[in-house]
Write a protein of this length. Structure first.
Lengths: 130, 430
């Protein structure tokens, strides 16, 4: 099924933003808030893993029901998970389409990756605090 | 225990200046008056202890001298370095950054290009009828939040300046001040509104145009619904605006990040211009990082341009979409990057990160973050507003000197950047 993916700030994203290697930051920014009917249609319960495919690839997130979003729209807090599938085209403005990506969502058995794993997939090297 | 009063919060563009911070044994133990975002930042721990260098597939500790030398060498060797970030540091450090960019003929951009950059493009087209937050607090009897959700992003904006802030001409703000929220989501902010206008995604431009038409007396041209908003509600909102003694629009990334981008903001500014034929109305951006406004100010008074400045021609050149960080990275154009006071790896699309992985990167940041994974060197620095002081610009353009509440051994961004800049000039024989 296709949905419009919006990204934006949440309090939990802001609280964990200075601690991006934390589990809490990964949990918040890998949460895909969906309308209850859309989840019903996909056979999803709160916390179920979903594969979200955008124009630049796919990423695994967790679906959570929200009364804030409309049917057909999903909301993901700003962060490395949403950006893993967002296109870099800015239409000559400098600003990518952070709030207007059409994505495909399907249930999956895979687990969301950690922020470290996402960065290493793109060629980085994780740094762990000793 | 020491209680430091009137501390300035270094999180969001509200720059709240009334915090009380309790310091004990060189640590922040509690924070009074702050929102959850500010309190968590001020109490932040887990800082990086010393500079680190990526050595193959391992991280190695290095000294500040070595890290500074590495950065100077990297920038001098690069043909087209990108100097990005700057919103999470103070103005004095931003000044040094601009000098460095000019010296190496690099591209310097700040986080506004992925935030309110489009708003600035609109302001360059049609101007900015804005005012300070104090004017809104004391005078506005109507506040409109459009595409912004202050409860999550600027939690004290409502209590210090709008919904709950009594002002000189408003004895009971909660009763006397009307609040309209325009959004595609029913956010917590929307639940506080006297009038919530829920529009379909991508419909902002059409709704703004419809309101402009109604204000101009062309109500008959409005169809039954515009982007999901009924004609009746549009007329009601237009009347609320015209009847207000003083209205203030605050807009967020709901306008800058959707289709149309700066054209949405331009239309909102022009709506405010129409409303000024009837009453007093202002419009301002809800700026995110505590000193992103400062990065625009500093860049503008030093180069003439607010962000996305390219010195490759030997003069300042500005062309958003070409000289902005996402574009420079996505085109795989830059051959080195210096990141200060931001975390592009968490906030940029993946194509940009793939290029960061291919080029030398140095980051100045107190904490390990997503960008750390792409660094060759990271230099931990003091946090402005916690263990370093400096000037920041509030979202309404008011400069405020942040305070230092802790003493640590970490150097400030300005100190590290000044040492790198001095070394670069020495090596160039200047």
């Amino acid at each position: 099924m296709k949905y419009l993916m919006i990204t934006g700030r949440t309090v939990n994203q802001g609280v964990t933003v200075e601690n991006k290697t934390s589990v809490e930051y990964a949990e918040e920014t890998s949460t895909c808030f969906m309308h209850g009917f859309d989840m019903l249609e996909l056979g999803l319960d709160d916390g179920d893993a979903i594969r979200v495919t955008g124009p630049c690839g796919a990423v695994v997130m967790r679906a959570v029901a929200s009364v804030e979003v409309e049917i057909g729209t999903v909301f993901v807090p700003y962060g490395p998970y949403a950006n893993h599938i967002i296109d870099a085209d800015t239409h000559s403005t400098g600003m990518p389409d952070f709030k207007s990506h059409v994505v495909e969502i399907e249930p999956t058995d895979e687990e969301p990756k950690t922020v470290h794993e996402l960065m290493e997939e793109l060629g980085g090297l994780a740094y762990d605090d000793r | 225990m020491t209680i430091v009063k009137d501390v300035v919060c270094p999180f969001c563009g509200c720059l709240c200046d009334d915090l009380e911070v309790n310091v004990e044994g060189g640590r922040v133990v509690s924070v009074g008056n702050a929102c959850e975002l500010g309190a968590t930042k001020l109490a932040g721990e887990k800082r990086m202890k010393n500079p680190i260098l990526r050595d193959g597939n391992e991280w190695r500790d290095i000294t500040y001298d070595e890290a500074i030398q590495y950065t100077a060498d990297m920038l001098l060797a690069a043909e087209r370095p990108l100097l990005y970030g700057w919103s999470g540091t103070h103005g004095e450090a931003q000044c040094v950054g601009v000098h460095m960019a000019e010296l190496v003929r690099g591209v310097i951009d700040n986080t506004s290009s992925v935030c309110h950059g489009p708003s600035i493009l609109a302001i360059q087209e049609v101007g900015h009828p804005g005012c300070t937050l104090g004017v809104v607090k004391n005078r506005a009897d109507l506040v409109i939040y459009w595409g912004s959700n202050p409860i999550d992003a600027h939690p004290r904006h409502l209590s210090r300046y709008t919904c709950y802030a009594d002002g000189f001409f408003l004895e009971n703000a909660f009763r006397d001040r009307k609040v309209i929220v325009v959004d595609i989501r029913r956010t917590d902010t929307a639940n506080l509104a006297d009038e919530f206008v829920q529009i379909k995604p991508g419909g902002d431009y059409a709704v703004l145009s419809a309101l402009r038409a109604i204000i101009r007396g062309r109500t008959e041209t409005i169809p039954p619904t515009v982007a999901g908003v009924t004609r009746e509600q549009l007329i009601r909102v237009a009347n609320l605006c015209k009847e207000a003694k003083f209205g203030a629009v605050y807009f967020g990334l709901g306008l800058t990040m959707t289709g149309g981008k700066y054209k949405n903001v331009r239309n909102a500014i022009e709506l405010v211009a129409e409303l000024n034929r009837y009453t007093k109305f202002t419009i301002s951006a809800m700026r995110g990082h505590y000193n992103v406004y400062g990065s625009n100010e500093v860049n503008t008074w030093m180069t003439g341009y607010p962000f996305g400045i390219d010195f490759s021609r030997g003069i300042a050149f500005y062309n958003p979409g070409e000289t902005t960080a996402v574009d420079v990275l996505a085109r795989k154009e830059c051959d080195a990057a210096l990141v200060v006071g931001s975390d592009p790896a968490a906030h940029f699309p993946r194509r940009c990160l793939e290029h960061l992985a291919d080029i030398p990167v140095v980051q100045l940041d107190p904490y390990p973050n997503a960008t750390t994974a792409f660094c060759n060197v990271q230099i931990p620095v003091a946090v402005t507003g916690i263990d370093a002081e400096g000037t920041a610009y509030r979202m309404d353009g008011v400069p405020i000197r942040t305070r230092k509440v802790l003493s640590t051994d970490y150097p400030s961004d300005e100190e590290v950047l000044s040492r790198i800049y001095t070394l670069m000039r020495e090596e160039l024989g200047e």
